[in-house]
Write a protein that binds this ligand. Structure first.
Ligand SMILES: [Fe+2]
Length: 136
């Protein structure tokens, strides 16, 4: 049985910088994949593998985004970086909870992840997108 996706990419999430939008799409796909695996419950190994990917991916992607901010002289870089560190911490917690076999908490954390990502993209990344558009 197909399960509804936890998160859906939509035009509302577009911030206008193509490389960042593409990375958000990839991150959303990974979160959905993990959610499906957790829903299926019989996919422990798959879920663990996706969690590993989800833990690695933002490390590279966030550094790219922060590099772009640094090169463009974006003044809110530090507070933006703190939000990225927060997500990396949350994914680490998610992995620990999963390893401890606590699927209920894993579900709760999936929703926290969803809220974090939606909010971060809509507020912080969007502000950066607008800054880049306005910067010659
Ligand atoms: Fe960001």
């Amino acid at each position: 049985m197909a399960t509804a996706q936890l998160l859906q990419w939509s035009e509302n999430l577009r911030i206008g910088i193509r490389e960042i939008d593409d990375q958000h799409k990839a991150l959303i796909a990974m979160i959905n994949e993990l959610h499906q695996a957790i829903v299926a419950r019989n996919a422990k190994d798959i879920a663990r593998e996706i969690l590993d990917r989800l833990a690695d991916y933002p490390l590279t992607y966030f550094r790219d985004e922060e590099g772009l901010m640094q090169r463009s002289g974006y003044s809110a870089l530090e507070s933006h970086r703190e939000q990225h560190e927060d997500l990396i911490r949350r994914i680490g917690e998610l992995r620990n909870q999963f390893d401890a076999g606590n699927s209920k908490i894993t579900f709760e954390l999936m929703f926290i992840l969803k809220q974090w990502l939606t909010r971060h993209v809509n507020e912080s990344d969007r502000r950066f997108g607008a800054y880049m558009m306005a910067t010659p």
